[in-house]
Design a protein around this ligand. Structure first.
Ligand SMILES: NC(=O)c1ccc[n+]([C@@H]2O[C@H](COP(=O)([O-])OP(=O)(O)OC[C@H]3O[C@@H](n4cnc5c(N)ncnc54)[C@H](O)[C@@H]3O)[C@@H](O)[C@H]2O)c1
Length: 390
């Protein structure tokens, strides 16, 4: 069976998730499209790079991402760095003819995202942007129901991504709160996941009307580039610096097909951990999903008799999308890892079939155009049309 060598850049949270997925993908999806081989891991911090090679089972490590681009044996470049260097690495990887999986959001701006998309297109490489939540089997089941017309024409929808890991003003000023490194705050970091899911489920967005806020305007400085996601609190005398991105955003969405929706992303929702939800109302029914109960899809079908109409819970299992390759009975437990394993499978399959998987760099670029429109609308306080892919 064909083997494909991976070079992974940025050895933090996502490196762990992707590394588990490389190991796990053939165990679930057999015969695998190709076998991932973890060849080189890179981190700018040498101690982290060395440690990660052992922990995540890579053959070698480096502190310079160019080592991966220049290595002719590397087939796939996996970008798990903070957002500010996604574009530079991806463009170099595309020019070197490597296939690319890049963490989300794709870039700092839609201009950068466009350059990445065009570089990949010109060099005919396969790309994926790692919006893994849409790979949750229950989300894929929602897509199946919608495509089959089970809830009719979509009227409106509501999406949320609510977290509280940084609701404490003493959680440090990591790269996620610095515009030059992250691009935008709650919008780019978590809001884009909901945008990706709803764009996938409902259709293309046409325009947005947004409001953003920064409730915690300064945070204690931190050393080092890795983000501890609120697990380290600073003392009260640590010097503080300004936050220059949103920590909450809320926007209305008008879709091209007439559907209307609202999306909220916040890092200040105490008690909410990874509260990714959507509710979609159609002429023939409703679908509700909450990632904190990700084995379940709640559905109500209008055509059911009056005496039994109501929400039912479908537990995803072997009869549902990707289910025959996952676990043998419903409700054994789909986790974050499974979403990353499915993502890896889709990416490898697309490489072997010489086509683009979804979501790819074109989707990542489309989502950057939406983010730009949200930020513009928050400034002008006007409905803002989303620019077309060009
Ligand atoms: N799909 C998801 O669910 C999800 C979840 C979290 C993060 N992310 C995305 O993944 C990316 C990484 O986030 P994370 O949480 O893993 O970050 P992290 O802070 O845990 O790790 C980032 C690592 O990159 C290293 N790094 C920084 N600059 C580098 C450079 N120039 N060369 C090599 N290494 C460098 C840092 O030292 C750090 O170890 C971001 O784009 C983020 O938005 C996605």
């Amino acid at each position: 069976m064909k083997k494909m060598n991976i070079g992974l850049i940025g050895a933090g949270f996502m490196a762990k998730a992707h590394s588990i997925a490389y190991a796990g993908m053939p165990m679930f999806f057999w015969p695998a499209p190709a076998i991932p081989v973890k060849k080189t891991i890179v981190d700018i911090n040498e101690e982290i790079a060395r440690d990660s090679a052992d922990k995540l089972a890579f053959k070698t490590y480096s502190t310079d991402w160019r080592a991966i681009i220049e290595d002719p044996e590397i087939d796939i470049v996996d970008i798990c760095t903070p957002n500010n260097i996604h574009a530079e690495i991806a463009i170099a990887a595309a020019k070197a003819g490597k296939h690319i999986i890049c963490e989300k959001p794709l870039a700092l701006t839609s201009t950068q995202a466009r350059d990445m998309y065009l570089a990949a297109k010109e060099n005919k490489v396969t790309t994926m942007v790692a919006f893994n939540y849409r790979k949750t089997p229950a989300v894929q089941l929602a897509k199946k129901y919608i495509t089959e017309g089970a809830i009719g024409r979509i009227l409106d929808f509501h999406g949320t991504y609510l977290q509280d890991w940084s609701a404490d003003p003493n959680s440090p000023l990591s790269w996620r709160f610095q515009k030059s490194i992250c691009g935008s705050g709650a919008l780019g970091d978590i809001g884009t996941h909901v945008v990706d899911m709803l764009r996938f489920l409902v259709g293309d967005f046409d325009s947005v009307n947004a409001r953003t806020a920064t409730y915690i305007p300064e945070r204690p400085t931190q050393s080092g580039l890795s983000d501890s996601l609120g697990n380290i609190k600073s003392s009260s005398n640590t010097p503080k610096k300004p936050v220059d991105v949103d920590d909450q955003c809320c926007f209305m969405v008008q879709c091209k097909n007439g559907a209307f929706g609202t999306i909220e992303a916040t890092r200040n929702a105490w008690g909410r951990n990874n509260f990714i939800t959507f509710e979609i109302h159609g002429t023939e029914g409703t679908i509700y999903f909450n990632y904190e109960r990700r084995d379940e899809l709640q559905v109500c079908f209008a055509k059911d008799n009056d005496d039994r109409r109501g929400f039912r819970t479908v537990y995803t299992g072997p009869s549902h999308p990707y289910g025959s390759s996952l676990w043998p009975i419903p409700a054994l437990g789909i986790g974050y890892t499974e979403t990353k394993i499915i993502e890896t499978y889709d990416f490898f399959k697309a490489i072997m079939e010489n086509r683009q998987p979804e979501p790819n760099f074109k989707d990542g670029y489309a989502i950057e155009l939406i983010s730009d429109a949200v930020l513009e609308s928050a400034q002008t306080q006007q409905w803002t049309k989303i620019k077309e892919i060009s």
